[in-house]
Design a protein around this ligand. Structure first.
Ligand SMILES: Cc1cc2nc3c(=O)[nH]c(=O)nc-3n(C[C@H](O)[C@H](O)[C@H](O)COP(=O)(O)OP(=O)(O)OC[C@H]3O[C@@H](n4cnc5c(N)ncnc54)[C@H](O)[C@@H]3O)c2cc1C
Length: 268
């Protein structure tokens, strides 16, 4: 292991101040992505600023018609949140499908969203529910936040503080997990929002990461029924292709998992 210094931040200003003084600093939360990346020598920060114990970043609360999840809230806490299971049960259920118990007890929503792994689960929820990413300096809509594979609209030192989710009328998430890693081969969230609009977000499949399947959204906004999806498909040219699955396979899975998500949405 090469030299790296570690600082446990107690407050957001403490994290920002420490970061501004480092040579090549980075934030760490659950460490479930960053530490393996460092072990593989794909990242070599000089300072780790741990944001996982900043109290203001932990917890779930209600703000009007939105549920706010602090960035350092673990997947396990999201999964077991009584408030979320009442207001956005699809989100708490999604968190329960991430990785294994160790990953869920260490990994955080902010770390996952900042990392924007193309196979991560939360980006589908953030996108489908039309959530807003709150940072130390601004608010970023889901549609603007996810830029490309492992790339977001965050500035170099910007710290996610929370994600604000509007409570939908109803939503469901259907995931086809990679049997080895449990990451999403394809995961689809279908959400009917309070204003009646339907949003469909797909993770695991897109060659630029999470995306909204707008053809399915338009069709379902007109007819909230499986027949609306019958003739629809995504273009395999826009899908990821890797050792886990071809682009054609992923394109097929997107349609299958969207139908499954819709079925469970309609089943209530
Ligand atoms: C075996 C295994 C299986 C997994 N399976 C799944 C799965 O099925 N589905 C899934 O979605 N994920 C899965 N993951 C990933 C897991 O969810 C991670 O928890 C997540 O990707 C990163 O969260 P973290 O808190 O550990 O972030 P860290 O690893 O600590 O950080 C990741 C990145 O985010 C940055 N960061 C952290 N917090 C903030 C913040 N508040 N503001 C700005 N930047 C920040 C860090 O600087 C770093 O660049 C798996 C991981 C493992 C090891």
């Amino acid at each position: 292991m090469y030299d790296v210094s570690y600082h446990r931040a107690r407050t957001v200003p403490d994290a920002l101040e420490t970061r501004s003084q480092g040579d090549d600093p980075t934030y760490v939360a659950g460490g479930q992505t960053l530490i393996p990346t460092m072990k593989a020598r794909l990242a070599a920060p000089s300072e780790l600023i741990d944001v996982s114990k900043i109290e203001d970043l932990i917890g779930v609360c209600e703000e009007g018609s939105q549920v706010i999840v602090g960035a350092s809230t673990t997947h396990a806490a999201v999964n077991s949140s009584e408030l979320l299971s009442r207001r956005i049960p699809s989100l708490s259920a999604l968190a329960g499908q991430i990785g294994d118990p160790m990953v869920r007890h260490r990994g955080t929503m902010g770390g996952s969203v900042a990392n924007n792994d193309p196979s991560a689960d939360y980006p589908a929820a953030v996108m489908a529910l039309g959530a807003t990413v709150r940072t130390d300096r601004r608010e970023i809509s889901a549609d603007e936040f996810f830029v490309d594979l492992f790339e977001t609209a965050l500035e170099e030192d910007e710290l996610i503080t929370a994600i604000a989710y509007p409570v939908p009328k109803r939503a469901t998430y259907a995931k086809f997990p990679n049997p080895a890693s449990r990451y999403a081969m394809v995961g689809v969230m279908v959400a009917e929002l309070e204003d009646g609009l339907v949003r469909v977000a797909v993770t695991g499949a897109g060659s630029s990461g999470v995306f909204r399947w707008t053809d399915a959204e338009t069709a379902l906004s007109e007819t909230m029924d499986a027949s609306a999806l019958k003739e629809l498909s995504v273009d395999a040219d826009d899908m990821l292709e890797d050792l886990h699955g071809s682009a054609d396979y992923r394109a097929h899975l997107v349609a299958v998992m969207t139908r499954r998500a819709l079925q469970s949405l309609l089943a209530g």
